[in-house]
Design a protein. Structure first.
Length: 683
């Protein structure tokens, strides 16, 4: 016979009646086979009806399940003070310090009771959650001392859904080493991967959690607590609990197999029915045999996908400037697309409000190509109309779009690619509602494209310039060179090697290297003045593998992608690259090649150093990763390393724009070096 676990479910409760009913109902519906459950609530309600609902929970009349005399619920209800004002709106919840530490004291009271009564587990749950029936069994089966069940929340009405767990500090979702400095693009990539991981059922280690947490007897007896740590400024009692737990030697985990539903706003009550239907669908899928497959392709439901697309079109391409609800459509995108949308959300909202735009989208036809569906991926074509009212009057426009959808969590389909076209069939630039309403055309030339090399140089004559340009001329069509006041024959080398290539070379009379952003912008403006098809931005010490020569035409002569990102390897000599916690650029993809879109509004990261070689919003366009590697020889000799070390310490002595700890490792006498395996093909 299996051991019966004794669990105390506890919650400080201050809740409106409708939400409280749903919370308690979900507690009652938890599967409790071989689990004895008692309850400890602290009644901090300021609503008499909520107080009555909580009191009624202790009676069998509330229960939807039959309670035997042996398993009759024990419910402890202690009164809180309910004096502090707590405001919940459709936008957010308003907390203050007094409220936070009052709630922390309530939770500690529940933990103290569980410790004295030797419960196997304490399950602390916020009263605005609806739990999956299998939650308690799933958490216990994970056999972790501290573990939360995941739930997702729009912390602001127009933001994407994010989890209640995090990795570091206050609420960092970026996996990174201590002291590691990341670009915005690298941070976005890592966040997206982390969030995508949490969408897959499993148990994952995290750095912070809360609101739906199972705590073992071992952790309880060892002294976990929500008590404030007075020399830590992080906001919220959960941060202090997690720090204390880690200091006691406990790892923190999240279970993502039975996500809870968060009723963060009164309007979220409407989503409970859909959440429960999804539960039934999952239970049915687990209990029923898999569908018979008539081909290698997985069986998919055209109706499910069509309904998803219909909802997506209506929600994403509709808006009202007075409440800006159009961003509800974010939940239909994969995280890759959410990151693109978040980069320009504020500007989109400002544009909608400024022009007082209201619009409604109506799907006209949806064609799902299920016959060509591969495993978990399907293509679709959609025609729809958008009726808009704004300062410029009332309009109705017709649009089309090509979609690629991916399946997540059994028949949940998300948009992973979208290409918009106007009623003339012309591709539109971007994927946002504002892009569509402005109907900005996108350049999608698929033949006879040319590559323009854009390069910033200064005193490169005795370094790698000759080698870099001699390699580049084998596959580029044009070159734009900005010389930042070189004092050697750098310009002459450029002219000699590029003599057979159309070139535009400008020399600044005075060096402006202390203000890199001005140079990068100057080079960009010079380059786009030549009306390029594609721009390849390399520094004078960067060389692609030979594969680029054979594959460059395939990369640029296509209509779909507007940029390519590559991995850059920091060479410490002619054949080895460095790898440690501060030197791992080769693990991430960065943009080096982009199609110029004259109708796109480019913006820059305005810092004097480490500003990036391209405008910082290029990643909002459609892009692709390429496995051709880029060799960076800027660190490949002791003399070069000394030169760069001195320059960084002079221009950025406090590491304000870069990473001061990384600067200090430049002169490390014993770095970890890895042989670079040379190859001539793409793998």
């Amino acid at each position: 016979m299996r051991m019966k676990f004794k669990v105390l479910i506890g919650s400080p409760v201050r809740q409106v009646p409708d939400i409280l009913k749903e919370f308690l109902k979900s507690l009652d519906e938890l599967e409790k086979d071989n689990i004895h459950v008692d309850y400890f609530f602290i009644d901090d309600n300021d609503s008499d009806l909520s107080k009555k609902i909580l009191k009624d929970f202790s009676s069998s009349a509330f229960s939807l399940r039959t309670l035997s005399s042996q398993n009759k619920r024990k419910v402890i209800i202690e009164q809180g003070d309910a004096l502090e004002k707590y405001i919940c709106t459709e936008k957010t919840h308003q907390w203050n310090e007094n409220l936070i530490w009052k709630v922390a004291a309530y939770k500690n009271k529940i933990i103290d009771y569980g410790r004295r009564k030797f419960y196997d587990y304490i399950f602390l749950v916020d009263s605005d959650l609806v739990l999956h029936p299998k939650t308690l069994k799933s958490l216990i089966s994970a056999k972790k001392d501290i573990i939360s069940e995941i739930f997702w929340t729009k912390w602001q009405p127009d933001s994407p859904e994010l989890p209640q767990v995090w990795l570091y500090d206050q609420y960092s979702l970026v996996p990174q080493s201590r002291g590691e400095r990341l670009t915005q693009e690298e941070s976005s990539i890592r966040v997206n991967k982390f969030l995508e991981q949490l969408k897959k059922p499993g148990v994952y280690e995290v750095g912070g959690l809360g609101a739906c947490t199972l705590i073992s007897k071992k952790a309880i007896q060892k002294g976990v607590s929500f008590e404030e740590i007075h020399n830590v400024s992080f906001w919220g009692e959960d941060r202090h609990f997690c720090i204390r737990a880690a200091a006691l030697g406990f790892q923190l985990f999240v279970d993502t197999t039975c996500p809870a539903y968060h009723i963060y706003r009164q309007s979220d009550l409407e989503g409970i029915e859909g959440y429960k239907k999804e539960q039934l669908k999952e239970d049915s899928a687990q209990s029923s045999p898999p569908p018979v497959q008539v081909s290698a392709a997985r069986t998919v439901s055209e109706t499910d996908i069509s309904n998803t697309i219909k909802d997506f079109i209506q929600k994403y391409f509709s808006c009202d400037y007075r409440i800006v609800t159009g961003f509800e459509g974010h939940r239909y995108f994969t995280q890759q697309y959410i990151s693109k949308l978040m980069q320009r959300q504020d500007s989109d909202i400002n544009c909608l409000i400024k022009n007082k735009i209201r619009c409604m989208a109506f799907p006209l036809s949806i064609n799902v190509d299920v016959e060509k569906a591969t495993e978990g991926v399907v293509k679709a074509k959609v025609n729809f109309s958008v009726k808009s009212i704004g300062e410029q009057g009332e309009k109705e426009r017709l649009f089309g779009c090509d979609l690629i959808l991916k399946e997540f969590n059994r028949s949940v389909w998300l948009v992973d690619f979208i290409s918009l076209k106007n009623d003339q069939g012309t591709s539109l630039l971007g994927i946002s509602l504002v892009d569509l309403l402005e109907s900005r055309e996108r350049i999608d030339k698929s033949t006879n494209n040319k590559v323009t090399l854009a390069m910033l140089v200064r005193n490169e004559a005795n370094k790698y310039l000759d080698k870099v340009l001699s390699h580049a001329v084998r596959y580029i069509d044009n070159a734009v060179i900005l010389d930042d006041g070189s004092e050697d024959n750098t310009v002459e080398i450029c002219k000699q090697i590029l003599k057979d290539i159309p070139s535009y070379i400008v020399s600044n009379k005075r060096s402006n290297f202390s203000n890199e952003i001005s140079l990068r912008k100057q080079l960009w403006d010079m380059t786009i003045s030549t009306k390029p098809d594609w721009i390849l931005c390399l520094d004078a010490d960067e060389i692609f593998e030979d594969s680029i020569i054979n594959f460059i035409r395939q990369l640029i002569d296509q209509p779909t992608f507007d940029y390519y990102s590559f991995r850059l390897y920091d060479f410490w000599d002619e054949s080895h690259y460095r790898e440690d916690s501060y030197w791992q650029a080769h693990k991430y993809y960065r943009i080096f090649l982009t199609r110029y879109q004259p109708n796109f509004h480019y913006t820059w990261h305005e810092t004097p150093q480490h500003c990036g070689r391209f405008p910082n919003n290029i990643s909002m366009l459609e892009g692709c990763q390429c496995n051709i590697r880029l060799k960076h020889y800027g660190w490949a000799s002791e003399a070069l390393r000394w030169e760069k070390y001195k320059r960084y310490m002079e221009l950025d002595p406090e590491g304000k724009y870069g990473n001061i700890n990384q600067y200090r490792t430049i002169l490390d006498p014993n770095p970890t070096l890895i042989p670079f395996t040379f190859r001539n093909d793409i793998t």
